[in-house]
Each structure stands twice: as structure tokens, then as C-alpha cells.
Design a protein around this ligand. Structure first.
Ligand SMILES: Cc1cc2nc3c(=O)[nH]c(=O)nc-3n(C[C@H](O)[C@H](O)[C@H](O)COP(=O)(O)OP(=O)(O)OC[C@H]3O[C@@H](n4cnc5c(N)ncnc54)[C@H](O)[C@@H]3O)c2cc1C
Length: 437
């Protein structure tokens, strides 16, 4: 059991948001901090793993919002760190839509369906935003369902204009670096935490430390962890995901006020699962414009969105299929062999029955991970600024951070980063208060 020593601030969670909060405090002279992280690593939803010898990103993969008038700060970090990235262009996916018989829809039909779906999606989003009940045309055919899935589960779950694209530009870059997207966090962490041989060895970073209770009083905060340790501080920055806040992993004494718990409940959680499949050889068309392809099935979201990794890692012979929400939860609950069987059936529909069977599969489980409980936040369309404000506003000595607290960029890596170093200056407030103590 750790002896109870009071520090200026405790940061819970070592994802991009927690690490940038800690850095910001350290940069401003508040160095007696403690970072409590439940898992055995920093990075959170930025996570690289080796799959059949290739580094793949199980969580965030793209730096979204590049090429605009303002520079995305995560793009800046990536450039400074020399992170290898590849330009990604989803817009071609609409010309690579396969039916169940393996035929590609002619580009005219695909473009028409796409434009119709975009119009109806915009109408639906605007109707929801204006609270009008006019029913838009709902998608019915496999191609309409596939495009609807792409629009809603990938491109525009937000009402246009989308802040990320408006502020930072419309380009997206896929991280394709041996060191992983998470290297950006290590670069940030090593500026204020002790390292040796590339390892973070600083005693202020406590890995494998699961917070179970937070006591908030006028004089400070007390945190209890699963292993029975107690930590005390003047202030606390809580950067766990919205999914964790909705779960019962952490209890609060006194309980959080109603305005806060209502905001936490109102915020939607998206589950987004990238399934990786390794093949002995390539049987899909390659090239930049063929990077993404779509499978049109009568069941919405059924193994719809595919990507080959030839551009990122030539010769890797890896395909990625993305599932979301209900489909993600379904495959998380079943054996990977069953998921592989389903995916192979879909690939045989598109490319014929003599394709090779995959030799390996990787199915991340973001929903069942008790330190995540989902992939990222999604504000309901009819939400107003109040929801974002309520998610973010402090309760006593507890400050709330994490991508879900970024009013303009929630759901993104830069949202997690800017939640603390952006325009709200929340952590700076903590820092100023800490300094007064
Ligand atoms: C599959 C997937 C794909 C994505 N794709 C993209 C993308 O392409 N581009 C993009 O910009 N964004 C993407 N995102 C979103 C992006 O990854 C997140 O917005 C961002 O990483 C969130 O950072 P964070 O610091 O807010 O939270 P997290 O990274 O979740 O950090 C919170 C930390 O808190 C820890 N924790 C939880 N509970 C406790 C506890 N009780 N005690 C102690 N520690 C605890 C967790 O282990 C975690 O390390 C994706 C996310 C996922 C999952």
C-alpha cells in the first residue's frame, strides 16, 4: 500500500488528454503530480499492436483535419516527431461498391445513390437539429444501406459544418509508422517524465492502478484504487472515457450532481471496431484509388467497409474491415473463428470462392474493455452547447478532461489533446489554483 502523500494534482488516465494535462502542469511549474493509469501502458485509445509482424493501429489510425488554414496541433506533433503517414482518400470508396455477386456497381449508379444519400442524410440531420418531423427517404436497397452506413458511421455523424474540417482542412492521413501513433504520447511524456532507454521510469506515473473511488471535499481530493492504495491531492483531472463515466467503475463521494450525471448519460458512445485479417497473398485490386471498398448487403453495416493496407505497408497482405455499434458488440461477444468465417464468406461473395483463407485475425474489443467501454463520444444531433459545457465543467476540485469534453473536436485525437491545451484553459486553471496552495 502506498503511503498517503498529498500532491498538487492527480491526473486519472494516461491517454492523449491525461498526458497533455500532466505536461501542461509540469511546463507551468507544477511538478508534484501523480498520473494514475489503469492499464499497463500509456496511450489509451491510441494503441499499436504487432499483427503478423506489421504494426497496426487498433484505436485511432488517422490524423483527421489537415491542409486547412489552421494547423491541426496533432499534425504538428506528428511532423515534429517525424511520424510516417500516408494520404487517405475515402471519396473513391463510392466507385468500389460490390454487390453480393461480386459485381462492382457502375460509377453512374454509385454516384447517383451517393448524392441522393448525402442529400437525405443532410436533410435528416438538419431536421433533427431543427426538431422538424419531415421524414427523409430512408435507405432500402443494399447499395443505399451501404452508403447510408458510410455517411452516418464514418463521415458525418455531426451536423455540417464539421469543425475539424472547417478549422484544420479536409485531408486525412493514415499513421503508418513502426513506432505507432502512440509515439506522439511518448515524445510528449519524455519532456517531463524520467526515461531510460526509451522506457518511462518516472515514479509519478503509476501504471496498473485502477481508480475505484473519488472523494471530493472542500479541502482536497482523495482517490482509492483497486489495490487498496490511497492518493491525496489538492486537485484532480479526470480524463477517463465517457463510456467509463457511464459505467460503475468509479464511484464518487459525494455523488456527482444531477446536471453532471445527466450530461454523462446524454452523451452517446460509438463503438468502432477495426478487424485485421492476414492473407498468404493478395487477391484484391490495389492502388491508391482502390484503397477502400464497400460491400453492399441487405443488413446495414454487415462487413460493409473494407481497406487494404498495401499503401501503408506494401506486401503486408492485410485487409481491415470496420464494424460499428451493434455489429461491433455482436462480434465482440463471439469467438474470433466465427468472425473469421463470416468475413471470409463476405470476401468470397466479392472476390470468388477460390480466394485463400486468412491465416490470422485480430478483433479488438473496445466495448468489453472496462477501461474504455466504447470507442469515442458522439454528441446527440439535437444537443446544444450546454451538453458540452456540462460535460466539461468542474465539480468542486474535480476537473473533467478527455475527448468528450472538447466541444468542437470530440471524438478525435486532437479533441483529447485540445480539451486541455485548447481554448478552455481548464488545466491552466487547476495549475493556477495549485500554485496558490
Ligand atoms: C477504434 C478507434 C478508432 C479511432 N479512430 C480515430 C481516428 O482515426 N482519428 C482520430 O482523431 N481519433 C480516432 N479515435 C478517437 C481517439 O482515439 C480518442 O478520441 C482519443 O485517443 C481519446 O483520448 P483520451 O485521452 O480522451 O482518452 P483515452 O485514450 O481513453 O485515455 C483515458 C485513459 O484512462 C484510463 N482509465 C480508464 N479508467 C480508469 C480508471 N478507473 N483508473 C485509472 N485509469 C483509467 C484508460 O486506461 C485510458 O488509458 C478512435 C478511437 C477508437 C477506439
Amino acid at each position: 500500500m502506498d503511503s498517503t502523500k498529498r500532491s498538487s494534482a492527480i491526473i486519472i488516465g494516461a491517454g492523449i488528454s491525461g498526458i497533455s494535462a500532466a505536461k501542461q502542469l509540469a511546463d507551468n511549474g507544477v511538478e508534484d503530480i501523480v498520473i494514475l493509469e489503469a492499464s499497463d501502458r500509456i496511450g489509451g485509445r491510441i494503441r499499436k499492436e504487432h499483427f503478423s509482424g506489421v504494426p497496426v493501429e487498433l484505436g485511432a489510425g488517422w490524423i483527421a483535419g489537415v491542409g486547412g488554414n489552421e494547423t491541426n496541433p496533432v499534425w504538428e506533433l506528428a511532423n515534429r516527431a517525424g511520424l510516417r503517414t500516408c494520404f487517405s482518400d475515402y471519396s473513391n470508396a463510392r466507385y468500389n461498391i460490390y454487390d453480393r455477386g461480386g459485381k462492382i456497381f457502375p460509377s453512374g449508379i454509385a454516384a447517383d445513390s451517393y448524392n441522393k444519400a448525402v442529400d437525405s442524410a443532410i436533410q435528416r440531420l438538419n431536421n433533427e437539429a431543427d426538431n422538424t418531423n419531415e421524414p427523409p427517404n430512408s435507405p432500402k436497397t443494399p447499395i443505399e444501406l451501404a452508403i447510408d452506413f458510410i455517411l452516418h458511421d464514418f463521415e458525418m455523424a455531426e451536423v455540417e459544418p464539421i469543425s475539424t474540417y472547417v478549422d484544420f482542412g479536409e485531408r486525412e492521413y493514415l499513421v503508418a509508422d513502426e513506432r505507432g501513433y502512440e509515439y506522439l504520447l511518448y515524445k510528449m511524456a519524455e519532456t517531463f517524465l524520467l526515461t531510460s532507454d526509451g522506457e518511462l521510469l518516472d515514479n509519478r506515473l503509476k501504471l496498473n492502478t485502477v481508480v475505484r473511488e473519488i472523494q471530493n471535499s472542500r479541502s482536497g481530493v482523495t482517490v482509492k484504487t483497486e489495490d487498496g492504495s490511497i492518493y491525496e491531492a489538492n486537485y484532480l483531472v479526470l480524463s477517463v472515457s465517457i463510456g467509463v463515466l457511464q459505467s460503475d467503475l468509479i464511484s464518487f463521494r459525494p455523488p456527482l450532481p444531477r446536471w453532471k450525471t445527466e450530461a454523462i448519460e446524454k452523451c452517446d458512445v460509438m463503438v468502432y471496431t477495426k478487424i485485421f485479417l492476414k492473407f498468404p497473398y493478395k487477391f484484391w485490386p490495389s492502388g491508391l484509388e482502390k484503397e477502400f471498398f464497400i460491400y453492399a448487403h441487405e443488413r446495414r453495416g454487415y462487413y460493409t467497409f473494407w481497406q487494404h493496407m498495401d499503401n501503408a505497408y506494401p506486401g503486408s497482405n492485410i485487409l481491415v474491415v470496420t464494424l460499428t455499434n451493434g455489429e461491433s458488440k455482436r462480434v465482440e461477444a463471439q469467438a474470433d473463428e466465427e468472425t473469421l468465417r463470416e468475413a471470409m464468406e463476405v470476401l468470397s461473395d466479392m472476390f470468388g470462392s477460390d480466394i485463400p483463407y486468412a491465416t490470422d485475425i485480430l478483433v479488438p474489443r473496445w466495448w468489453n474493455n472496462r477501461f474504455q467501454r466504447g470507442s469515442y463520444s458522439n454528441y446527440p444531433i439535437i444537443s446544444n452547447n450546454k451538453l458540452a459545457r456540462d460535460l466539461k465543467d468542474p465539480v468542486g476540485r474535480i476537473f473533467f478532461s478527455g475527448e468528450h469534453t472538447s466541444e468542437r473536436f470530440n471524438g478525435y485525437v486532437h479533441g483529447g489533446y485540445l480539451a486541455v491545451s485548447g481554448d478552455d484553459k481548464q488545466v491552466l486553471t487547476v495549475q493556477m489554483l495549485c500554485c496558490k496552495k
